[in-house]
Design a protein around this ligand. Structure first.
Ligand code: GDD
Ligand code: MN
Length: 435
């Protein structure tokens, strides 16, 4: 590919910086200035402001863009277009970003631009690098007061309790300062609302995450836009993500289990009838039922609980068969109660108790018992990354995501300033390391 390029000396691959702004006129000039000073070394290629301001921030951005070292793009969302607040703005910025990696940071200089190069150095082999206030070497001094600190701590604890595995690798799930590999994200899956976009990203993806410490600075100018309502939004967001994650997985497993059950029922009945001419109905039933249980185990292990098959398959199969046996017992019990206990002895009643209630209860028992005991959840998270293309593929045509602003976002773009047209590769996929 691009032989002869000394990659160790080359600046890191192209990076877009996304900055959400809401009335940050007093901060934009200094932010652009300080970003400009680290741009070349860090491989920054553009700054995308996603602005929801009601003051003259857009004008200030315009004014300073021409003096900026970096190409500046502005996506100004007018009243009625400000979907998802801060988080929605970040997602709009991720849509609009044209380089494979995106740094997301605040516009009030609480996230020091000088930390951006260090943040990007942490990305080798990763999908997401989080600038953390809470890992060794980080600091949260910029949080306004003790109350903000306590709220931040409680929110982190609640989030970690809700997503113990996905959030395990991240000590600062509430930070708004991070670098992300654009192609690792499924943007339409995000449901941005409120302030916690990183949490939303972590809760809905399996990403390779690393952290670098940073010192959360004090606001340069203006006021924080965080309000009490953010707390309510945060709780709603957590609940929704938990529900979606749980739902997606469980519904899929129930569906797979039902299909496997149907397939095995057909096998059971067909085999039984095929063996009947033998003249040994008891043996025929035994063989048919055994084959059905083994097939059921194999299919459920492969489709319903694929990540949960243990090393000892024979033990798992034995347990599976035992649970199935109890399942038959459940149907028998239903029949026993209705036929002998309640005296409902018509053929219809027997069918209803054995093949409607009995079958349903037996299926329910089996599903729950398989979930809990036969295919229990493993302790460690499923290794991500297998399905993710390698980051370091130099210059490959698929090194960058095929993406661009959606139609709706495009309409929301009011002003485009700076030098977007001159950006190499503007508007089309950019190779990860074309330096
Ligand atoms: N476009 C847009 N729309 N930007 C917004 C909005 C909005 O509705 N609300 C806030 N912003 C911008 C601000 O202009 C600023 O650049 C950034 O988002 C962060 O907002 P602040 O008002 O400075 O929030 P903060 O300092 O309380 O919160 C920071 O710390 C939190 C962790 O304690 C941010 O970094 C948060 O992202 C972070 O979660
Ligand atoms: Mn701030």
């Amino acid at each position: 590919m691009d032989q002869g390029v000394d990659r160790s000396a080359a600046p890191v691959a192209g990076v877009s910086v996304v900055v959400p702004t809401f009335n940050e006129a007093g901060n934009v000039p200094l932010l652009l200035n300080r970003l400009g000073q680290v741009a070349a070394g860090a491989g920054l290629r553009e700054v995308v402001f996603v602005d929801d301001s009601t003051d003259d921030t857009p004008r200030i951005i315009h004014e300073h863009a021409s003096r900026s070292e970096l190409p500046v793009r502005l996506l100004h969302r007018r009243a009625g277009e400000r979907i998802g607040g801060l988080s929605g703005a970040v997602v709009a910025g991720l849509h609009a970003a044209r380089w494979p990696w995106v740094v997301v940071m605040d516009g009030d200089l609480q996230h020091p631009p000088e930390d951006v190069p260090r943040l990007l150095q942490g990305r080798e082999g990763m999908d997401l690098v989080v600038a953390s206030r809470y890992c060794a070497g980080g600091a949260a001094d910029g949080l306004a007061d003790t109350r903000r600190r306590l709220v931040s701590r409680a929110a982190r604890a609640l989030a970690a309790a809700t997503f113990p595995r996905r959030l395990a690798e991240c000590s600062d799930t509430m930070t708004g300062f991070f670098a992300v590999r654009r192609a690792a994200l499924d943007l339409p899956a995000l449901r941005p609302s409120g302030f916690k976009i990183l949490l939303e990203i972590l809760g809905r993806h399996q990403l390779r995450v690393s952290e670098v410490p940073f010192r959360f600075a004090h606001r340069h100018s203006g006021q924080s836009k965080a309000q009490l309502t953010q707390g309510v939004r945060f709780a709603q967001q957590l609940w929704r993500m938990r529900w979606d994650a749980w739902n997606a997985g469980l519904l899929r497993r129930v569906g797979a289990f039902a299909v496997v059950g149907l397939v095995c029922l057909v096998i059971d009945v067909a085999l039984f009838n095929a063996l009947l001419p033998w003249g040994k109905p008891l043996t025929a039933k035994f063989v048919a039922a055994t084959v059905a249980v083994v097939v059921s185990y194999v299919l459920n292990a492969r489709w319903t609980w694929p990540q949960r098959t243990t090393a000892s398959r024979s033990r798992q199969l034995a347990l599976f068969a035992a649970v199935s046996g109890v399942g038959i017992g459940v149907a028998e019990l239903c029949l026993l109660v209705s036929h002998y206990g309640l005296g409902l002895d018509s053929a219809l009643a027997d069918n209803v108790s054995a093949n409607v209630f009995g079958l349903a209860l037996g299926m329910l028992w089996r599903f729950v018992a398989y979930e809990r005991w036969v295919f229990p959840r493993a302790g460690a998270p499923v290794q991500p990354g297998a399905a993710i293309e390698p980051v370091s593929d130099p210059g490959g045509p698929t090194g960058a995501p095929e993406h661009g602003p959606s139609q709706r976002r495009r309409r929301a773009t009011r002003i485009l300033c700076g030098l977007p047209a001159q950006v190499p590769g503007a508007g089309r996929p950019v190779p990860e390391r074309s330096a």
